[in-house]
Write a protein that binds this ligand. Sequence first.
Ligand SMILES: Nc1nc2c(ncn2[C@@H]2O[C@@H]3COP(=O)(O)O[C@H]4[C@@H](O)[C@H](n5cnc6c(=O)[nH]c(N)nc65)O[C@@H]4COP(=O)(O)O[C@H]3[C@H]2O)c(=O)[nH]1
Length: 828
Amino acid sequence: MPNSKILIVEDEGIIAMDIRRQLEDFGYEVVATAFSGGQAITLAEQSQPDLVLMDIVLKGEMDGISAAHAISETLRIPVIFLTAYSDPDTLRRAQATGAYGYLIKPFRPDELHASIEVALYKRQLEQKLKDSEQWFAKTLHCISDAVIATDGAGNIRFMNPVAEAAIGLDLEHAKGTSVEQLMTLLNQSNRAVMENPVPKTLKSRQVTSMDCATLLVNQSGHEFPVEDGAAPILDDDGSLLGAVMVFRDISERRRMEKLLRESEERFHSAFDLASIGMALIALDGGFLQVNNSLMDIFGYSKPELLQANLQMLTHAENTDNAMALRLRQLLADELPSFQIEIECYHKIVGKVVWALLSGSLVRNSDGEPQYFILQIQDITNRKFAEQQLLYLANHDPLTGLLNREQFHNRLTKALAAVQRYDTKLALMYLDLDRFKLINDTLGHRLGDLLLQSVSDRLRTSIRAQDILARLGGDEFIILLSDINKIDDAARVAEKTIDMLTQSYTLEGNNIVVTASIGISIYPDDGKDSHTLLMNADAAMYLAKERGKNNYQFYTLAMTERSLERMTIERGLRRALANNELRVHYQPQIDLASGLATCVEALVRWQHPEWGLVYPDRFIGVAEETGLIVPIGAWVLSTACKQVKSWHEHDGPFSAVAVNLSARQFLENNLYQTVKQTLVETGLNPSALELEITESAVMQDPENTLKVLQQLRELGVTLSIDDFGTGYSSLTYLRRFPVQSVKIDQTFVADISNDEGCRTLVSAIIALTHELKLNVIAEGVETEEQLAFLSKQRCDSLQGYIFSRPETSATLENEFKATQFKTQLHRYN
Ligand SMILES: Nc1nc2c(ncn2[C@@H]2O[C@@H]3COP(=O)(O)O[C@H]4[C@@H](O)[C@H](n5cnc6c(=O)[nH]c(N)nc65)O[C@@H]4COP(=O)(O)O[C@H]3[C@H]2O)c(=O)[nH]1
């Protein structure tokens, strides 16, 4: 190894120089020459040679052996002794220093060269071995497994730090001890002592694994699960040198496994016992796992479900659309999870299950899709309740027809659709005539049955594209779509009226009902739902006014009338509050005496702008709106006060006739109002006559009869007004406690020119007298009428011929009853 650095230690200068020369010839570098032991140590320290050539006998206190000892011990530099002495004692001492060679002087240069080369090579091998050992030692230090190496007898030679920690003893103390003494191995399940793998391996020369359920009990009594085993260490020729045992503490792994097991168990029990349905679904839709609730929800057993796929439960369209889309989105990572409500099949054919389905996708650690997790909640009851609520919100509970709000929606939609085409729509507003009467006389139950039967008939009569609704009470509405001509709507209205007027047999009662229909046409009578409905309603009112049981089309005049009606209604409310109402009185003349004792009270409205307004203009609105009730009460009270005042102040009249409208009879407290008025005014009931029209009586004959009887018991006189215009039912005349009948002025007006009318008036007077009732004729204007009525022995007369209705003051001042006496005597 040329260029190796060599230190020469030789106290003989010539010999040292000779050796130097030889060394340099061999190509070595001589770093220094020392002449004593002390100098050798110092120079070795400074020059760090690869080799020291050391003479044993040196001048001074320290010989070469002592110096070599110090150099190899502290500086680990190999030393070759050069000496002339080879006695055994010197050799032994030299050997003890670990010398790399020993050359006896005189030696040949080639001997020196060979000794140096051998020493340097040996030194190099030792260094490599040391490096390798260090490398192994470091590696064993770093690995996380415990490593124990033993000799052939199983005694410890090496332990890495992990093994030291596991055993609870360091290498220094453990070295030489049998591995079996340092650890006990137990079977984890029965705690039986197990054979250590090291002796086993040493015996068998085979690799031995530990049972996986092995517990290691270490020096401190601490025990923990371990795994792995032992392997034999054999040299190149197969001789057994020892065994190496490698093991690891698997407590943490066991703990993790336990946690995982527990977590899986928790998942399984949560999965199996969850109150909502749960399923793991393969990517192709097949069921991988299902829980008990899922089976309950759909009625299938676990095996049935596990052989099936999601499609079996869901409606085809769900699987194709919403649900399939969501699953695809999960796979494409476009959604983290989803929730949808879908309609599913139950095992029982025809049974529907509504499910709230929440889904997510499970991926593995590489992000690859594994399976879907679905949670399925049975929301059938909620869904049905919602549908029920929706149905109730949109339908009339009695008839099942659409209600007002829903009709509005449909109408608005129909209008939006029809605007694109040039077609017409017709709105038929239908109201049953005198339904209240049926309801009140036959009871609400039958009333309801009638409404249901009417609905059924209407339902069957309309076409699929038409819309039928009940607006409330006895009001129905029909939207006829696709009307080409207005006549089409008229035909439907006629047919509807015919169909509805066929009698109904309800719980043994034969009931006949008629209907009034108002029709408005889109776009002629309005372009929006509100206007069309309002106008159909106005037309329906016209149908009512025109005798009911007919249909009317909307006209512009109706709008004007309805505006007027609204103005009057507003005005009347104000009139009551502002005391704008007046009562005028028209005398009634007794034919026999020629005296006027009774007057009829007639209401007027002193309008601040319009002047004096007559009842024909506002009584109808007052009746429709119910304002007639307070107005009627006011007129009654005013009239009673007036007559009372005449009684007290010797006035011209002793009795008054007051009109009552049908609406007042429908109010429950009419009797109380009359009674209280009489009490408050102090008027004798015999001085009060109440006039009711025939039609008012007929609206609710039973109730009217009851009230009339009560009023009669009070002592007031009762009279039938406008007789002859309505039913003219003699049966009622007989049954009702009335004292007089008033022939309607239309008959009186026709007396002069209508023979038939004269006959009718004569018959009414004769029949009424037969029934022992008084007859009064109103609207007497001419002498001819006066003469005829006198001749027919009409009891009393009223009309312009005697006096127009006047204020009480006017009558008090101007009315002269006596002047009629002579006039009447002409006809008596
Ligand atoms: N053409 C003509 N008409 C005559 C003649 N003599 C009297 N009249 C009118 O005939 C109507 C008689 O009253 P009615 O039949 O009860 O008819 C009354 C009555 O039904 C109703 N009415 C008036 N006041 C009240 C009231 O206080 N309450 C109620 N409920 N209705 C009333 O209004 C209707 C109209 O009242 P008015 O306009 O005051 O009209 C009165 C009166 O002015 C005549 O010779 N020729």
